[in-house]
Design a protein around this ligand. Structure first.
Ligand code: NAP
Length: 418
């Protein structure tokens, strides 16, 4: 049986539906691209396709529907055997991801997802990297808003630095319409993934020890964390707790171990317009972290997402709000001019990059996700030969992915070189 170019699993979910719409859009320009949708209910998949057809004006009657359930390994393997690239939108990944990764490797399909859950991402690397290499396929998580802007942003900065890049401090700013507080800006699936991620945060140190028993040597100057709340230019900043810093670390650790490249260090922060907002967010985050720890209070968080997220989370947030939410990552790079003695002299060069776009959760995310999938199909020869469980930075650094993203409204720029 010939394989479809792409199969989207979890296509009935909030992210999955947006991914299908984006695939319809990019598919129009590529007649060779074949694709299908997969999920646990044929009826739901059919009505999602009908809705998408209505919204886009495209005839989707020939799109293949594949029924597959996370609880049924045989159905997952059959699904993966029909795809060159499996796009997995079915999360929380700590609950549903592993059988899909296993099935992709068994079925020899490349795998991409939008997980922002470090426990899941790193345990997949620990358990399945060798198997993925043996099968000659890629398993690439965090292909969405987590963590493409930072992971590829650092690669972009490094490429344009004109010397040796030692460290990057990344600052995320978002701007959402005020209605985000009443009609929601984030879907429940992301909230659920966040709550379970916080609840099991303490798994990470042991997992990382197994994944990387040897520490990397220290490269100087060491990039130290800033104070928990600090001011930078026009805002007040807190540490950004997502998967980005660990993804970027894994990229540069891989490049160090496989290509003897000096690793780039990173610290990630999120910026707010006032000290009061930053303080309120810090308090809310600490409160969430504590409540996620006990099953009783975790149950309340999961049952009343709107209350505990102060209106930000909804089961199906407003399209108006998500489409008008803007984001920007400012990446401040520091290092040395070309030719400088990096061991004996302090850094003497700074370059700033910026990655920006709209609709981080469901616009930029699905653009990045699908262009990762398309890049595997179109530029396999520019990617590492052996496959494996790798980051976007490792997989795509020698491809045209950044350029494709820029052409699709996810902009990577160098904003000054002073
Ligand atoms: N990194 C990022 O930037 C980013 C952005 C957006 C989303 N995400 C992540 O994407 C994931 C999905 O989020 P979402 O908001 O789209 O969630 P969602 O709307 O709840 O969608 C979940 C999907 O999983 C499917 N599913 C659940 N159990 C299944 C099973 N046993 N077998 C087959 N399919 C099953 C659901 O199918 P049914 O329709 O049949 O229930 C649905 O299609 C979350 O982990 C979220 O954190 C990440």
């Amino acid at each position: 049986m010939s394989r479809l170019s792409i199969v989207i699993f979890g296509a009935t979910g909030f992210t999955g539906k947006h991914a299908v719409r984006e695939l319809v859009r990019v598919g129009k320009a590529d007649s060779a691209l074949t694709w299908g949708v997969a999920g646990r209910s044929r009826d739901k998949l059919q009505s999602m396709l009908d809705e998408t057809s209505k919204a886009t004006g495209e005839d989707l009657s020939s799109v293949k529907i594949i029924v597959a359930d996370v609880g049924d390994e045989k159905s997952l393997k059959e699904m993966c055997s029909q795809a060159h690239v499996l796009v997995n939108c079915c999360g929380p990944y700590r609950h549903y991801g592993e059988p899909v990764v296993r099935a992709a490797i068994d079925g020899k399909a490349h795998y991409v997802d939008v997980s922002g859950e470090p426990q899941f991402i790193e345990s997949m690397q620990l358990e399945y990297d060798q198997q993925a290499r043996d099968a000659g396929v890629f398993v690439i998580s965090a292909c969405g808003f987590d963590s493409v802007p930072n992971d590829l942003g650092v690669i972009h900065l490094q490429r344009h630095f004109g010397g040796t890049l030692n460290s990057v401090e990344s600052y995320l700013t978002t701007q959402a319409p005020a209605e985000g507080r009443t009609s929601g800006a984030i879907n429940y699936g992301t909230w659920e993934s966040l709550i379970y991620g916080l609840a099991h945060y303490n798994e990470l140190p042991a997992l990382r020890k197994k994944l990387y028993p040897e520490r990397l040597p220290t490269f100087k100057p060491k990039l130290l964390p800033r104070s928990v709340i600090h001011a930078r230019e026009d805002g007040w900043c807190l540490p950004f707790p997502g998967s980005d810093s660990s993804v970027v670390y894994r990229t540069h650790r891989h490049l160090y171990e496989h290509e003897h490249k000096r690793p780039v260090q990173i610290k990630t922060y999120v910026k707010f317009p006032s000290l009061l907002t930053a303080l309120s967010v810090a308090l809310a985050a600490a409160f969430l972290f504590l409540l996620s720890k006990l099953s009783l209070t975790r149950g309340l968080l999961l049952k009343y997402p709107r209350v505990f997220s102060l209106g930000l989370v909804a089961r199906g947030p407003s399209e108006e709000v998500t489409r008008n939410t803007h984001f920007k990552f400012e990446l401040y790079g520091e290092g040395w001019e070309a030719g400088a003695d990096v061991e004996a002299t302090p850094p003497n060069k700074k370059v700033k990059a910026q990655v920006s776009g709209v609709n981080p959760g469901y616009g930029a995310t699905v653009v990045a996700l699908l262009h990762c999938a398309l890049t595997i199909l179109r530029e396999r020869d520019s990617m590492p030969k052996e496959g494996g469980v790798v980051t976007t930075g490792v997989a795509f650094r020698n491809t045209r992915l950044i350029q494709r993203l820029c052409e699709n409204n996810l902009k990577f720029e160098i904003v000054n070189d002073k």
